[in-house]
Design a protein around this ligand. Structure first.
Ligand SMILES: Cc1cc2nc3c(=O)[nH]c(=O)nc-3n(C[C@H](O)[C@H](O)[C@H](O)COP(=O)(O)O)c2cc1C
Length: 183
């Protein structure tokens, strides 16, 4: 029997300043083109995972790990999420300086959630940092560690990754490329 196509996918994101939401929307748009029916919701908006066949969760990194809301979401829904294919991503400004460290930082930033959910894919992306929105304390701290300011989101990289996770998430490719095999 051929495996059924994913009928419904959740892209859940957390964001403090808005830029990770736009990454989540770009990922969702690619997966929609692959044939999935996609809801994009902030982690605070998700009340239930009933009806979803797979999920993508994305969050910014603060002080070396996913922000608390995303960690709480993963922990709170761990039972349901472990029963479906899940992909995770993180956005941090450190990758603006060291784009080659993407695999290393994807491991370091999401260690906890990777152990908890065993995701089928995990990626780290360069994000956006606008220090004008921050408190004086954070402005000083980020200046001390010389965090780069600006928008470093690499849309080609983000869309390429989204394309690559369609098959592991069980989406039957609209292009016919995906085998729908779950890893
Ligand atoms: C308080 C604070 C702490 C941060 N800590 C890190 C960090 O440890 N590593 C990193 O790469 N980026 C760090 N960043 C940068 C954010 O992860 C990055 O700007 C992200 O793209 C913001 O996403 P958002 O616009 O969705 O909130 C920090 C930003 C803030 C405001």
């Amino acid at each position: 029997m051929p495996e059924a196509a994913v009928s419904k996918l959740l892209v859940a994101y957390s964001t403090r300043y808005g830029s990770t939401r736009v990454i989540a929307e770009a990922v969702a748009s690619v997966l929609e083109q692959k044939g999935a029916q996609v809801d994009v919701l902030s982690v605070e908006e998700v009340e239930s995972l009933a009806g979803y066949d797979a999920a993508v969760i994305g969050a910014p990194v603060h002080v070396g790990r996913w922000v608390r809301e995303a960690r709480d979401f993963a922990a709170g829904f761990a039972g349901e999420l472990r029963a479906m294919p899940v992909a995770v991503f993180a956005a941090g400004i450190a990758l603006a300086r060291d784009p080659d460290k993407s695999d290393e930082l994807a491991t370091a930033w999401m260690k906890g959630v990777r152990n908890l959910l065993q995701p089928v894919a995990a990626a780290a992306f360069a994000g956006e940092l606008d220090t004008s929105k921050l408190s004086v304390v954070w402005k000083i701290l980020l200046a001390v560690i010389r965090a780069p300011r600006g928008d470093y989101r690499d849309w080609d990289k983000i869309r390429t990754w989204a394309d690559s996770i369609a098959a592991p998430l069980g989406i039957e490719g609209a292009s016919g490329e995906s085998s729908g095999q779950r890893l």
